[in-house]
Design a protein around this ligand. Structure first.
Ligand code: 13P
Length: 251
């Protein structure tokens, strides 16, 4: 039985003065909800603040990206080992906003995925098709290609310590979430593709849904057999909404 996981992706939001109230409200809200795992992925400057407020709670923390290199002359980059120094357990890799706005590719996402695992972090690897790709019936081609960028290079065994996330681009930040059936279809495609390489890993790997998740749609999405939790953007900035989504996962 896979344990559900809810990850808040704050994206480029937060201020040191307001983070504390948000984090404390989340911690207080999910303290008794013991049947799922919770993570907050905060911007780099707030990792220390997240670490000090979340240690010894049932909420862990992580980052939203990393650089694949270690200790080199790369201005502005942050390595996996730096994230580990701040006690991060998770790091998001290959988010569509990074792929589109920072020109990250399947190849560089795969390299960062590997760097995260080597440093002992759990990568949350994002995949998803655009609206145009869905309308052209390319969803499985695109998601399959993104998944294969890891499996072909490193083998399916690297998914043993990873989390996968299906985030259709047309649902991210739009208020148009995938229906439970639409999401389930892609999640089951992803799990089947992993199963072709390793059935046991496919059975255990958690596949999160992301894209306009909210308290009203979370329970129905989480009820689907291959949806193992959520990657939450906007609603992770509001403690009440985020806690409600966490509680839906803990049912
Ligand atoms: P929204 O929940 O704001 O649609 O964002 C989803 C997302 O991109 C999470 O990584």
């Amino acid at each position: 039985m896979r344990r559900k996981l809810v990850v808040g992706n704050w994206k480029m939001n937060g201020r040191i003065a307001q983070n504390q109230a948000l984090i404390e409200a989340v911690v207080g809200g999910v303290r008794e909800s013991r049947n799922a795992d919770y993570v907050l992925c905060v911007p780099y400057p707030y990792l220390g603040q997240a670490q000090s407020l979340l240690k010894d709670t049932n909420v862990t923390w992580g980052a939203q990206n990393l650089c694949a290199n270690e200790s080199v002359a790369l201005t502005g980059a942050v390595s996996a080992y730096m994230l580990a120094d701040y006690g991060c357990s998770y790091v998001i890799v290959g988010h569509s906003e990074r792929r589109m706005q920072f020109h990250e590719t399947d190849d560089t996402a795969a390299t960062r995925f590997n760097a995260a695992e080597k440093a002992g972090l759990t990568p949350i690897f994002c995949m998803g098709e655009s609206k145009e790709e869905r309308e052209s019936d390319w969803t499985e081609y695109v998601v399959g290609r993104q998944l294969d960028s890891i499996i072909r290079r490193f083998g399916a065994e690297v998914l043993e310590k990873a989390v996968l996330a299906y985030e259709p681009l047309w649902a991210v930040g739009t208020d148009v979430a995938a229906t439970p059936e639409q999401a389930q279809k892609v999640h089951s495609f992803i799990r089947d593709r992993v199963a072709k390489c390793d059935a046991k890993i496919a059975k255990n790997v958690r596949i999160l849904y992301g894209g306009s998740l909210n308290p009203a749609n979370a329970a129905a999405l989480f009820a689907m057999p291959d949806i193992d939790g959520g990657l939450v953007g906007r609603c992770s900035l509001d403690a009440k909404s985020f806690v409600a989504i966490c509680k839906a996962a803990s049912q």
